[in-house]
Design a protein around this ligand. Structure first.
Ligand code: RET
Length: 248
């Protein structure tokens, strides 16, 4: 039997709550990197609240005959910038790059949220605008940041590449689900959409956070000035792509 949206949302809340334990543990045990752990705890912590609200069916509004979940979009508006903040903290690419990422991210989410409630061709125009913003975000993460980044050591660079690739691969699935869901052509039911999105959210948040916490000792190695597992300091002028490994 396939569960309902409520069941999947409740399971999502439990998964996100469990996913918040590793960064909270890091906050306790590694006070030097509080900022990193706070950003990570925020990602799964905010999602825990959003999923609990969705499980209780709070914040669902109907517009143009479609159901929009306000907690879902508020969650995305808070947590996706935190994911991008963490990635830019790893690469130390500075405010300009973070700003471009966050502006593109908020614009694509706003356009996607607005597109749900619009009707007629303008709806698909808003969706297409969101996809263009997503293209800008991917270009920044894939094309620009690897060139601008100064990673503290080779392990930090590999951690960045792993998390960035995971992020781009998973985030690409969201607009596809948006089209298949009741927000788009309605091939998926509301219950199935909740299952698929909860699953995507769990990997792009809880798995991201777990991998990030696991990789944080790479930054500790750098702070100690210890070369860690065969680490090297990346030349900021070097093209990071040319030194990439199979992780690319
Ligand atoms: C929308 C529709 C408009 C076009 C695009 C979209 C992309 C959404 C994305 C959401 C990512 C959410 C994440 C949540 C984490 O838990 C808004 C669906 C491009 C990329 C990662």
């Amino acid at each position: 039997m396939l569960g309902t949206a409520t069941t999947w949302a409740a399971l999502g809340a439990i998964g996100m709550a469990l996913g918040t334990i590793p960064p909270l543990w890091g906050l306790q045990n590694d006070p030097d990197r509080r900022g990193h752990y706070l950003a990570l705890a925020g990602v799964t912590g905010v999602a825990t609240v959003a999923y609990a609200l969705m499980a209780l069916d709070i914040g669902t509004v109907s517009a143009s005959g479609r159901v929009v979940s306000i907690p879902r979009y508020v969650d995305w508006l808070i947590t996706t910038p935190l994911i991008l903040l963490f990635l830019s903290m790893l690469g130390r690419t500075g405010r300009g790059s973070l700003l471009r990422l966050v502006v593109a991210d908020i614009a694509l989410l706003a356009l996607g949220g607005v597109a749900v409630v619009l009707s007629g061709p303008i709806r698909w125009a808003a969706f297409a605008g969101g996809v263009v913003c997503f293209g800008v975000l991917v270009y920044e993460l894939y094309g620009r940041i690897p060139r601008l980044a100064t990673f503290s050591n080779e392990r930090a660079r590999i951690l960045f590449i792993t998390l960035r690739n995971l992020t781009i691969a998973l985030w690409t699935l969201y607009p596809i689900v948006w089209v298949l869901a009741p927000s788009g052509i309605g091939l998926l039911t509301r219950d199935m959409t909740m299952l698929v999105v909860a699953y995507l959210d769990l990997i792009s948040k809880a798995a991201f956070v777990a991998l990030a916490v696991d990789g944080m000792d790479a930054l500790a190695d750098a702070d100690r000035g210890d070369a860690g597992a065969g680490a090297v300091t990346v030349d900021p002028d070097a093209d990071a792509d040319s030194t990439s490994t199979a992780a690319d």
